[in-house]
Ligand binder design. Structure first.
Ligand code: 8YV
Length: 318
């Protein structure tokens, strides 16, 4: 009999879904209208879970899966999984560590360039036919902010932070960072205090895990970033106090923001929609065909290894 797996969020690669269906009985929870009834009907036999980094899995759901052995996160963040409870029950939790580093760093730079150079505003200006009407359009298209040489502050010098730093260095940007402690293997300037890092930076790029950190970017930090400063977030929405960010953008306390993640996805504060100095993405940092394929392969391998009694690659629960 094939092991039963509960799928909490979709996988967008057809070949991966075919493989999952060959190997397992996949219960597509995310498609169900009556989720509690579906859990009631199938929970007792579920041995594995597939979920996304943002979706994770609550303790309440795990409690209804008495045979659960492994949670395979199709993402790198495990902040939405109750890891302490999983450890207590001996449930393995895996993440697609390393698979999406480059894509997330690429998007961080994309958002930075996008917001500083007004790429989306320029695109809308051309598409709407305004260019021939006002060929030197300072009102809809103010002069942009140069990216090369900006002082970049990176919050979280993990895999993604380091990949961002490599890219920013190629743009001639001086790089500072903050983390729990200085890293002896990177050549960048460590700044212990986040507010100080913001004050020292033209752009603050969030690349930190959100397991323990919540709303660390608040009005105080945004004030320190200042009127010429940009905030880029490719980590988790909950790292930012969104109300403070909306207020700071409205008041001109910071120059702009590039955001891939939000507190209550897919809901984005509507106040941001009218801001031309904000570039918004629907949590797409890892959404390339190449990376999502690699991530899907890692999810399949996590389940296969775990059901075979092996510790899967990317296991974060030990
Ligand atoms: C993933 C994410 O794309 O890796 C993570 O933690 O949040 C995203 O980048 C998402 O998990 C896909 O399901």
């Amino acid at each position: 009999m094939k092991p039963e797996v509960l799928q909490l969020s979709p996988i967008l690669i057809p070949e991966i879904n075919t493989r999952l269906n060959e190997l397992f009985t996949v219960r597509r929870y995310f498609e169900q209208a009556d989720k509690p009834a579906y859990l009631q009907a199938h929970g007792a036999n579920i041995r594995g879970v597939i979920t996304g980094g943002h979706t994770g899995i609550s303790r309440a759901i795990m409690e209804q899966l008495p045979k659960l052995e492994v949670v395979a996160v199709n993402g790198v963040g495990t902040d939405a999984v109750d890891l302490a409870y999983a450890r207590d029950r001996g449930i393995r939790v895996t993440a697609t560590i390393g698979a999406l580093t480059e894509d997330v760093a690429d998007l961080a730079m994309g958002l930075l360039i996008g917001v500083c150079r007004g790429l989306c505003t320029g695109d809308r200006y051309v598409r709407s036919g305004q260019w021939p009407q006002s060929p030197t359009p300072l009102a809809p298209l103010p002069l942009a902010r140069q990216v090369s040489g900006m002082r970049i502050g990176i919050v979280g010098m993990g895999r993604v932070g380091r990949a961002v730093a490599i890219r920013a260095a190629a743009f001639g940007c001086p790089i500072s960072y903050t983390d729990l402690q200085p890293m002896s293997d990177v050549p960048y300037t460590f700044v212990a205090e986040l507010k100080q890092l913001a004050a020292d930076s033209d752009a603050l790029i969030l690349a930190a895990a959100a397991d323990n950190a919540q709303a660390i970017i608040d009005a105080r930090v945004l004030q320190a970033l200042g009127k010429g400063g940009y905030l880029i977030n490719v980590a988790r929405g909950k790292l930012v106090n969104e109300a403070d960010l909306v207020a700071a953008l409205a008041a001109g306390d910071i120059a702009g923001a590039g955001l891939d993640v939000f507190v209550d996805e897919p809901n984005v504060p509507e106040a941001l929609f009218a801001n031309e100095n904000v570039v918004l993405q629907p949590h797409r940092a890892s959404a390339t065909l190449q990376t999502r394929t690699r991530m899907g392969e890692m999810v399949v391998a996590s389940l296969v290894d775990s059901f075979a009694g092996k510790i899967p690659q990317g296991c974060v629960t030990g």
